[in-house]
Every structure is written in C-alpha cells, then in structure tokens.
Design a protein around this ligand. Sequence first.
Ligand code: 1CP
Length: 342
Amino acid sequence: MDHQSAFIRAIKGEKLNPKPVWFMRQAGRYLPEYREKRAEAGSFLDLCFNPEMAAEVTLQPIRRFDLDAAILFADILLLPMFMGQELSFEAGEGPRLKPALQDGPVILSHDKLHDGLSPVMETIRLCREGLSEDKALIGFAGAPWTVATYMIAGQGVKDPSALRGYAYENPEKFEILIRELEIATIDYLRRQIKAGVNAVQLFESWASGLPVEFLRAFCLEPAMRIARALKADFPDIPVIAFPKGAGVQLKEYAEAGIFDAVSLGTETDPVWASETLSQHVSLQGGLDPLLVVQGGKPMLKAAENLLKTFEDKAYVFNLGHGFVPQTPPDNVAELVKFIRAF
Ligand code: 1CP
C-alpha cells in the first residue's frame, strides 16, 4: 500500500502547511490511560508482548489528540533480549541487561529473534486495523551503537559516549557486535514493514560526545547500510534518522542520500538546520520536551519559532526527545491545537 497520509507526504519532501505532527514517547507514563493499561499488564515487558494491549496503548494518544501518526509501542531493547541477554525493568531503575558485555563473554545468537519478536508483528497488524487511512504507523529500532551501549554496560549510564573505551579495548568484539546488531535490525525492520508500518525511525539516542571518525564508523555507516537494505526491498517506505547530539555531523546524515528525513534534537539550532540540512532531506522535531511540562506562553513561543523557521520547508512537528512522565496531557492538547491553527 502506498500510504499517503500528511505525515508520509511531508517526510517524503512535500512542504505542507499546517505541519503534520506526532511526538516521541506520545504513548507512555504521562497518560493516565497508559498507566492503567500498564498496571493491568503487570509490567512494561508484559505490555510489550501482549499485542492487544500494546496496540491499545499505541492508539491511546491518537484517540486523545489530533495527531498524524502513531508510533508502535515496543522498545529498542527487545532486540538484545533475544540475542543472548536477559532484559528486565526494575521499578524506578530503568533497564537491566544480564550479563553485561563488559563483565565477560556473551554468546550472541539470532536463533530466538524471529519467534521472540513475533508478538510485535501482531501488534503492528492490530494497530494498522485500528488506524484510519490518513494516519501513518511508524515502526522503529534502536541504531546499533545506542543498543550496544546498553548491552555493554548492562544498563543505561550517565555518559554512554564513555563506552567507546570498551570499543577501543575490544575492537574485534565490538565490530562484530555492531555488525550483528545491524543484521538483526535490518531483519526486524523488514518484518515490521511487511506487517504494516508505513515508515521507520532509527533511534540513535546517544550520538553525542563521540569523535567524528567513531561516529562515522559506528553510527552513520551502520545506519546507512540499514537504510540501504530496507530501500532495496521497500523503496517507498521512508527512513528517518535520529542521531541525537550528533551536532554538525547531522550534515553528513542529511547528505548521505539514503535517509528521507533527519530528526532534530533539543540542542539543534533550527535556523542552522533549516539552512544546512533542509535542501537534502525533510526535517522533523526539535521542541524541548521540558517546555511542554511548563506549557503556556514559553511552549507556544518555541513552537511558533519552529513553525516559522520551517514554514517553507518539508517539516514534521515533533520534540527534540521524548515526553517526560510529568508532562500534563492538557499542555499537549493545547500544543497540537496551536500547530493545527498556525
Ligand atoms: O512504563 C514504563 O515505565 C516504561 C517506560 C518506557 C516506555 C513508555 C520504556 C522503558 N520504553 C517505552 C516505550 C518506547 N521506547 C517507545 C514507544 C512509545 C512511544 O514512543 O510512544 C519507543 C520509540 C522507545 C525507544 C527507546 N527505548 C529509546 C530511544 C528513544 C529515546 O528515548 O532516546 C531508548 C533509549 C529506550 C530505552 C529505554 N526504554 C525504557 C527506558 C526507561 C529506557 C532507558 C532510557 C535511558 O537510558 O535514559
């Protein structure tokens, strides 16, 4: 199906007004209806692997707000969970992957990936059934480096860029790890597309603080190979890169000639992005999620600034990172209304 929602049209380069809109972490703890479903499921992972419930949680923000796209409810860490590490989310502590690669050898395998991730494909089918034609469904995966940081440390860490030290100490092991993640990610995203997603986003959440050569070799090039492999089979499915914190290296992502869009982090200067990137790719994102906690004038002023900067560009409104749990849903409603009316 050649999906022609406003979101897909803008991601493919159309300069639409009003701008299409969706939000990272639009499904999640800031919504009371999400907290209810999560309690019913028992745990975050039980929610991810229950297709009916995961589809319900995916659609919750679409029912509440006037958004152009839903993002599949799943997590970037489901992949390592089926490659040889045990994944858990302890209350208030974030993810744990055991054993951590930095603590000793782990045998990485692809054998369990297919069956393990099958519930996600069922979630996608249910979501697509529940969405009207004008709403896109976005699939996603973590980019190899970002997923590798969790696999190496066995948890989220304050400064993931410091884990490049592991790569320097274990160059062969590290290259195999990135390569294995790349192969698994291509397979996972291919399956998501076959199951019904209309676009895919690669989350490179920890692109900041890396030397340029490292970023090229282990962030940009794997992302390009993933996008190229997907485009070979599904040329019409857009690929969005989100290398958060990549700084001026965003230009290399934009000029790579394989991504349809680049998503901007909170720290990116929109004027620079508009002048430097927009002739190569569509752009997305940039609003500070903490301004949506605040709401009111500061939030609307920043939103207006983005909408004015990208008025004549192919742009999809979004945040510079995900919503935080303390975001008042009423502020989200006000923001969407403002974007629609602009
Ligand atoms: O209910 C809960 O307490 C769990 C919170 C939660 C949620 C709602 C986690 C745990 N993951 C998710 C869903 C999720 N994760 C989605 C789909 C929902 C949506 O966006 O609406 C997506 C796209 C992700 C992607 C994800 N997971 C990223 C990349 C984006 C980003 O935020 O940078 C990362 C880094 C993760 C890892 C992760 N998952 C969850 C936690 C607490 C973490 C660690 C985050 C960290 O280290 O700071």
